[in-house]
Structure formats: C-alpha cells, structure tokens
Write a new protein. Structure first.
Length: 183
C-alpha cells in the first residue's frame, strides 16, 4: 500500500483525536510510523493500524475504514482539486475513478495497486457498483463515496448486496444519491 494512504490516516486520526492517539495506535500495532507518501508498505501494516483502532474504539474494523474514507475525502479534494472539477455531482465523480483518477494515481505513485470498479444503472435510478481488490477494503470505498457525497452537498445511501468478506467474488453495492435534507 502506498504511503500516501498511511499519511492520510495519520492526518485524520491526529486531527480528530490528537497526536497521542496516533502514537498509541502505532504502539498497539507494533509499528514505527515512518511513512513517506511515495513509499510502499505491506498491506498488513494498514490492517494492524485499523485493528488497533477498532480494538481501542470497540468498533468493527469495517467501521474504522468507513470513517477513515469519510474523513480523508476532504483532504483528497484539497490536494487534488482537478479530480473533482467538472463533476456536477457525486455519481459522475465516482464513475470517473477507473478512467481518470486511478490512471493519474498510477502516474503520481508508481506501483500503486488500485481496486477495480464497475458501474451500472439500476432500473430505479440507483447506481450499482462492483468492487474488486485483493485487499477487500470495500468499507473504505464506501467511506470515500460518502465523503465525496458530502463534498458535492449530497448524501449517499449505500447498501451492500454482495461482499468478498462473505465469500463472494466481488463486492456489489447499491448507491442512492440525494440532496434531500443536505445543507
């Protein structure tokens, strides 16, 4: 996993809970915490940090990942505004991940191993999204989607229809975007 992801995690944890909490997570995970944005680190290190946070908070790791995605999205929008420009709402932004965002990520961060998404429209207007990655970070993807919706002044209701954690070949999500009640 690229160091930029670890840097984002450190930033959101530090801002929300303070540097002492980040240091405590590193200690609980048995990690040094020296991550450079362009470096590559074993996926297991992220798993250890997420598990340490889950243990400390009494939450499932999926909820920690989801929170991380939600909190990281504003930082990504600030760092990479060109990825967000030209999209009138969340759905076209999300659909641009495979064709625009991930190719650029690979240019910026050589060797980045990004997930693969597929998209379809449901008959009722919802977006159907498939997610495939050996990392099985579908909860992080959900958090990113929810964080992107906030960026575009929308909400995203995400329903998991299938999940690799349950033995399915890929994750399938049904997503409904709305501006009702968003301020």
């Amino acid at each position: 996993m690229k160091g930029i992801v670890f840097n984002l995690l450190e930033e959101v944890v530090t801002q929300a809970h303070g540097e002492h909490v980040w240091d405590a997570l590193l200690d609980a995970a048995g990690l040094s915490g020296s991550y450079t944005s362009l470096g590559s680190y074993p996926d297991e290190q992220m798993a250890k940090l997420v598990q340490a946070a889950a243990n400390a908070l009494g939450l499932p790791p999926s909820e920690v990942l989801r929170w991380f995605g939600q909190q990281a999205m504003p930082r990504l929008a600030e760092r990479y505004p060109t990825f967000f420009k030209g999209h009138p709402s969340t759905q076209p932004f999300i659909v641009s991940v495979n064709s625009i965002i991930h190719p650029e990520v690979r240019k910026l961060y050589a060797g980045a191993d990004v997930p693969l998404f597929d998209f379809a429209d449901a008959p009722d207007g919802a977006m159907l999204m498939g997610y495939r990655s050996p990392r099985k970070l579908c909860a992080l993807a959900q958090g990113f989607i929810e964080g992107a919706a906030v960026h575009f002044h929308e909400t995203a209701a995400v329903e998991h229809l299938a999940c690799m954690h349950d033995g399915d070949a890929e994750c399938k999500m049904r997503i409904v975007f709305s501006t009702d009640g968003v301020q």
